[in-house]
Structures are given as structure tokens and as C-alpha cells.
Design a protein around this ligand. Structure first.
Ligand code: KE4
Length: 423
């Protein structure tokens, strides 16, 4: 596979950008290769600087649910650009997109548009603390909510519950108010709530975990979180940056019928442009400036070009519920191909799949939480990743991510991918 241009660009890029990338996972370090530099994407395919083309199952980590460069989205964005890129003033489109989000997820009565999932989660947590007057946040081991200081934490060496920073540059004190529970482990949540009682502002959870690979909530786990937060007067925050409009038009909260107090969104709602959001009940969101005392702001928040891409994307998803059925069927076929590969080669493979999200873990254990997810053999993953890439299939360059199927993946793409998975 000729990747000369990518190699050259990678050498140059590392001189002026840390690791040659603007987000660590893109560096391909987890799969022991140098990254490909992508120059174009169309539908279900991406093309690198050496004109190698791949069937893309990363989809920019979720936003490209319609496939890349959907003509209706592109045309509307081009038109919007001609009216100016940014005004720093309220626009009709911010209202329209906010209205669409509230209509899709009734638990969201008011929503604030921001620029990234990190910013959405950071702001949601600040709002939860402002609304409750409490300081502690409970998150789950293996859940990722962006890179704000208070969330880059790991279990402290002593008690499981307290945390220490999990990144350079984060003062120890910043992790003091972040507690860690175990995904799908009700007792770990109950113990924390009992210990911290009326000091917990919120529990934040990925309703379907997609940052330790894909791990599904066990039967009743989300309902348990809904009940226990209500019991202790804490807020429940669903981080739906990945699952929002991905599992279905109403996200994980519609899929599971569990409705949080606050929701964070990103990726799909920007249609590929930098746009994210946090929202919830009116009395919570009215804590946010300029109405309430919780400050949050942003020069490009609700940007007219980004909101155009988001509106067009959501319009297409809403008008075509059949898209979700198609994506789920295609994802199920890919999951079965990975399982068949596992059985045939006596490899250890365990696959989790829900809607258009899936992940193959190279382990013989059932992957139901963080510990079973990390039992996966990351070398096996890297090896299969390399085989797939060299045969034109672009999957996540790290085990603890997800595969994303889009509307643009055709029957032919799926069949070809299954054949290559099976080798
Ligand atoms: P961003 O700040 O990257 O827009 O969103 C942070 C975030 C928040 N919540 C969830 C559930 C997320 O998955 C993310 C970001 N997802 C990663 C993929 N695992 C983005 C890819 C990357 O970091 O380059």
C-alpha cells in the first residue's frame, strides 16, 4: 500500500503539531502505525493523500451518520457561507436547531449550543453544580466525557471512589470533587451515594458506553441511575454526544425509555461542523447566564454555518426513520462477520452491537464493563486493524473506540467488508 504522501506529511506535521495530529487517537499509536492523511471523503468512502480509498467506519467518530459530504448538507452550507460565516449575534437558525433538539428529546426543554462535546459536558456539570448547590460529580470508569480538567481523573490508589488526575497539568485539587463508580455496577453507585449523600450534584453517564469500546447498559441499569439520583436529589446527566440521534432520532433516552435531567449532545447535531449542546429542564437551564448565575459563553457558539449543517442533517434523519433500520441491519451483519471470524479462527472475539454502533473485542470474556473491556488483546486488535486497512477497510485505530455505520454504507460495502473481515 503506497502511503508516501502520508508519511511525508506526518514527518512535516510533527515539527509543528504535537504528535502531528490535533487529537491523540488520530496518531494511530494504539495500532503501531503511522497515521494516514485524509484529503477527501464522499459517502461511505475516504481517500488519503496517496489516493488510496477506504470504506470508512470511523465517520469522523460519529458526525458522518449520513455519510460524508451529503449533497443536501453541502449545498445548504455553501449557501449559508455566502451570507457570512459568523455574526456573534443571535440567528434564526440557532432557534430552529434548538427547537429541533427539544422536539426530538422532550427531556430537554431548553438547550445551549456550544462548540464541542468537551465544552458541552463542562458546562452541563457547572450548571448542575449551580442548580443543586452541590459539588461532587460521579462518573464511570471507562466513560469519556471530553478533556475538561475535572473529568480527566482515574480511581485513586486507595479507595476506589476518590480520584486522582489522569492527565499531566491537572492539579490534584481539581479531581477532588469527581468520584468514580463502575459501569453496570449498581452497588458501586449506591455506596458512593450513601457516602456522599446530599453532596452529589450529578451522576454523568454514557447511556451506551462507546469510549471503552461499545459496552451496553445492563437491563435496568439506567433506570436504577434515574431512581437513585431522584432519591438523593442529584441530577442525572446523559452524555449523548455519541448516542444522540445515533441510536435513533431520540437518542438513548428514547431507546431505553429513561429520561435524564440534563443531556449533552455533539457530533451528529453539527453535521460535521464544530457544534455541540447541553440542555435540560427549564428550571435547570435558566441557571445559565444571562438568565441565571452560571456563566458560560462562546464566540462561535451557534455559528450560522454549523447550525445550517446540523439542521439539514437532523431534517434528513427525521424524514427518514428507515435510515436507522438500514444502519442497524448493516451493523448487525458486520457484527456477525466478526463473530464468525472469531469462531472460524478460534480467535477470541466478543462483539457488542446496538443500532449502528459496534465493537469487536479480542477476548473470550463477555464484555459488560470496564474490566472485561480491557481484557481485550490490543495486539490482536492492532493486527486485524492493519489487515482490514490494507484491504481498504478503515476502522477505529484503537480498540477502545467504536465502529460507526452510516446511511451511505451500501449493501455492496457491507458485503465487501464482511468478506474482508473473514479474510
Ligand atoms: P469533543 O470535545 O471531542 O467534541 O467531545 C468529547 C466527548 C464527549 N462525550 C463523549 C461520549 C465522547 O465520545 C466525546 C468524544 N469522543 C471521541 C471519540 N471517542 C472523539 C474523538 C477524539 O477524541 O478525537
Amino acid at each position: 500500500m503506497n502511503i508516501k504522501e502520508s508519511e511525508e506529511l506526518f514527518n512535516l506535521s510533527q515539527q509543528v503539531i504535537p504528535g502531528g495530529v490535533n487529537s491523540p487517537v488520530r496518531a494511530f499509536r494504539a495500532v503501531g502505525r503511522n497515521p494516514l492523511f485524509i484529503k477527501r471523503a464522499q459517502g461511505s468512502h475516504i481517500t488519503d493523500e496517496d489516493d488510496n480509498t477506504y470504506i470508512d467506519y470511523v465517520g469522523s467518530w460519529g458526525p458522518a451518520i449520513l455519510g460524508h459530504a451529503h449533497p443536501q448538507v453541502i449545498e445548504s452550507v455553501q449557501r449559508a457561507c455566502r451570507d457570512g460565516l459568523t455574526f456573534g449575534a443571535p440567528t434564526r437558525k440557532e432557534y430552529l436547531l434548538a427547537e429541533m433538539i427539544c422536539e426530538a428529546m422532550p427531556s430537554i426543554e431548553k438547550v445551549r449550543l456550544v462548540n464541542s462535546g468537551t465544552e458541552a459536558v463542562m458546562s452541563a456539570i457547572r450548571t448542575a453544580r449551580g442548580y443543586t448547590g452541590r459539588e461532587y460529580i460521579i462518573k464511570f470508569k471507562g466513560n469519556y466525557h471530553g478533556h475538561s480538567d475535572g473529568l480527566l481523573v482515574k480511581a485513586g490508589s486507595g479507595a476506589l471512589t476518590t480520584t486522582v488526575p489522569d492527565s499531566g497539568g491537572v492539579p490534584a485539587d481539581y479531581s477532588r470533587n469527581t468520584l468514580i463508580a463502575l459501569y453496570n455496577d449498581r452497588e458501586s453507585v449506591h455506596a458512593l451515594m450513601e457516602q456522599y449523600k446530599d453532596k452529589v450534584a450529578a451522576v454523568i453517564v454514557e447511556p451506551v458506553a462507546a469510549n471503552m469500546g461499545v459496552v451496553l447498559p445492563e437491563e435496568g441499569f439506567l433506570k436504577f441511575l434515574r431512581d437513585i439520583t431522584q432519591e438523593y436529589g442529584s441530577l442525572l446527566i446523559f452524555d449523548e454526544v455519541i448516542t444522540g440521534f445515533r441510536l435513533g432520532y431520540g437518542g438513548a433516552q428514547e431507546w431505553y425509555g429513561v429520561f435524564p435531567d440534563m443531556t449533552t449532545l455533539g457530533k451528529i447535531i453539527g453535521g460535521g461542523m464544530p457544534l455541540a449542546a447541553y440542555g435540560g429542564r427549564k428550571e435547570i437551564m435558566d441557571q445559565v447566564s444571562p438568565v441565571g448565575p452560571v456563566y458560560q459563553a462562546g464566540t462561535l457558539s451557534g455559528n450560522p454555518v454549523a447550525t445550517t449543517a446540523g439542521i439539514e442533517t437532523l431534517k434528513l434523519l427525521k424524514a427518514h426513520p428507515e435510515y436507522y433500520t438500514q444502519m442497524e441491519q448493516h451493523a448487525a451483519r458486520l457484527a456477525e462477520a466478526f463473530r464468525k471470524f472469531g469462531r472460524r479462527k478460534h480467535e477470541k472475539i466478543y462483539v457488542n452491537q446496538i443500532a449502528s454502533l459496534l465493537c469487536a473485542f479480542y477476548t473470550d470474556r463477555e464484555v459488560v464493563d470496564y474490566d472485561t473491556a480491557v481484557s481485550s488483546d490490543v495486539k490482536e486488535y492492532a493486527e486485524h486493524f492493519g489487515y482490514l486497512l490494507e484491504h481498504g477497510i478503515y476502522t477505529a485505530p484503537a480498540q477502545f473506540e467504536a465502529m460507526f455505520v452510516s446511511v451511505a454504507h451500501t449493501e455492496e460495502d457491507i458485503q465487501k467488508t464482511c468478506n474482508i473481515i473473514l479474510g
